[in-house]
Every structure is written in structure tokens, then in C-alpha cells.
Design a protein around this ligand. Structure first.
Ligand code: SAM
Length: 265
């Protein structure tokens, strides 16, 4: 995987927050934060926190906890530091965490692990910074076909780029859905799997265009589209194709993801 598949730069965090967080990420962030709150943890580390979809929920469900929210991309941390006050925000790569051993009760990661090339290394780092008995909780998307917004976006890309569809969506955000593999990687990192739940939640967007703009310009798919030239024209064609598939006006979609909970022995 090229580093570009995990890069949010320039306006991407702002577009991600405006177009994708509400429809795609907030429903799962609520579930994740509710699970994290069980056991009343005091020291919480969030990885791949992005624009703070999970962070905002953690501030509500764990109001007395010390929350450290981190992300690989400085542009994400910069935006979140001003928009989501409360936690300590800092740049950190999930595979090389700048924290001492056994310094957290919970490590939380909403839809970030798929972007880390070496999953086992990330789980090993999470285990290292967790206190004994501490838990890692994370979400990862199920297959692209199970996502009521991502799947039609893939169909729209097929219409626009007949025979030469960008691989990003299927290979990266939806490329880590085999729960056998996920469980094996978690165990290889030194954690015990406590629970793997597959959740199907509803997402709502203002219209199909919001989803098209969000995925094409607020996710790393953008880099692949930019290389092909005429990004604005591509976004327009994808938005029109998405609208044909999903209809005009507000759209809802079922989205499936796995929520994994693991414990440091
Ligand atoms: C789909 S976003 C999820 C953001 C947020 N957790 C949410 O639920 O909206 C993926 C995030 O993973 C971050 N990321 C990618 N690779 C990472 C890594 N190696 N370490 C930490 N964060 C990473 C990206 O910068 C991005 O913010």
C-alpha cells in the first residue's frame, strides 16, 4: 500500500468532516463510545481520530476520563484541535506511539486500522501502551457490497471509468473485513479477542451528491482521481451517476461494520 492511501492533506479534512462524518461515521462512533464507557475507564487513547467523530462521543460518554486523541495526519490534528476542544490532541502513527508502556485503560480506533499497512504492528503497539486488563476497541468496515453508500459509489465509478475503476475503496477502507484475519492479527499483537460484533446501522445524507463529493475529494480516493486529471469534471460525473442510482433529495443507506473488542492479558 502506498502512503498516499492514508494521507489527508489540504482541504481533505474539512470535506471529510462536512460530507462524510455525519452520514458514515457518527452512527458507528456512538456505538463505539458507548462500549468504551463500560468499565468507567480513566485514561483513554484514541488512534486515527480524524476530525473527532469518535472523540466527540467519548467526551459525552466518558466525561471524567483523560482523553488523548491522535492521528497520523497533521492536517487532521490541526482541524480537530480547534473544533473539538477537551482532549489532548497530538500527531501519532499507530505503529509507533509516543507513549510509555501500560499508560492507558482503553485504546480506541474508529475506522483507522484499515489504513495501517502493518496491522500486527499496530495491535502490538496498542497492547504495549495498554495497562494489564486494558482493552482495545476498534471498528473496520465490512465488504464494500454491504455499504449502501460505498457500493453505489463503486458502481458510479465503473460508469465513469469503464474497465479502469480506482481500486482504493475496495482495497483499503473495505479491504480489512475478514473477521478470521482480523482476529488472528489481534492475537498476533498479543491481545485476547473478547468480542467481534457485526453492526448494520443507517446513514443519512442530504443527497447523493454529498456522498460523491465526500468520497471523491475528502478521502484518499482523491489522489487516484487527481492523477487521472480533471478532478472537478470527474466529481460532477460521479455525482450525476450517484443521483441516478440513489435518486434526488435526502438518501439513507444501511452500512455494515465490525466492532472488535480485545483485552491485554
Ligand atoms: C476514515 S478516517 C477515521 C477518522 C475518525 N476516527 C472517524 O471515525 O471519523 C481514517 C483516519 O486514519 C488516520 N490514519 C491513517 N493511517 C494512520 C496511522 N498509521 N496512524 C494513525 N492514524 C492513521 C487518517 O489520518 C484518518 O484520520
Amino acid at each position: 500500500m502506498d502512503g498516499e492511501d492514508a494521507r489527508w492533506v489540504g482541504s481533505m479534512p474539512e470535506v471529510y468532516e462536512r460530507c462524510l462524518v455525519g452520514p458514515f461515521f457518527t452512527p458507528f462512533a456512538r456505538e463505539l463510545a458507548a462500549r468504551v464507557a463500560r468499565g468507567d475507564p480513566h485514561r483513554i487513547l484514541e488512534l486515527a481520530a480524524g476530525t473527532g467523530a469518535v472523540t466527540r462521543e467519548l467526551l459525552a460518554t466518558c466525561p471524567d476520563a483523560e482523553i488523548t486523541a491522535t492521528d497520523l495526519n497533521p492536517a487532521m490534528v490541526e482541524l480537530s484541535t480547534s473544533r473539538v476542544p477537551g482532549p489532548t490532541w497530538q500527531v501519532a502513527d499507530a505503529v509507533a506511539l509516543p507513549f510509555p508502556d501500560a499508560s492507558f485503560d482503553r485504546v480506541v480506533c474508529g475506522f483507522g486500522v484499515m489504513f495501517v499497512p502493518d496491522k500486527k504492528a499496530a495491535f502490538t503497539e496498542a497492547a504495549r501502551v495498554l495497562a494489564p486488563g486494558g482493552r482495545l476497541l476498534f471498528t473496520t468496515w465490512d465488504a464494500l457490497a454491504s455499504h449502501g453508500f460505498g457500493h453505489p459509489l463503486g458502481l458510479a465509478l465503473e460508469q465513469v471509468f469503464a474497465g479502469d475503476v480506482p481500486a482504493f475503496l475496495e482495497a483499503v477502507p473495505h479491504g480489512y473485513h475478514d473477521t478470521e484475519q482480523v482476529g488472528a492479527d489481534v492475537r498476533a499483537g498479543g491481545l485476547e479477542v473478547v468480542d467481534v460484533a457485526t453492526l448494520t446501522l443507517e446513514g443519512r445524507a442530504e443527497d447523493a451528491r454529498q456522498v460523491a463529493v465526500g468520497l471523491c475529494t475528502g478521502s484518499p480516493l482523491r489522489a487516484e482521481l487527481e492523477r487521472r486529471g480533471d478532478l472537478d469534471g470527474t466529481v460532477e460525473r460521479v455525482a450525476v451517476a450517484m443521483t441516478r442510482l440513489l435518486g434526488d433529495g435526502p438518501v439513507t443507506a444501511a452500512m455494515s461494520a465490525h466492532l472488535v473488542e480485545a483485552e491485554r492479558p
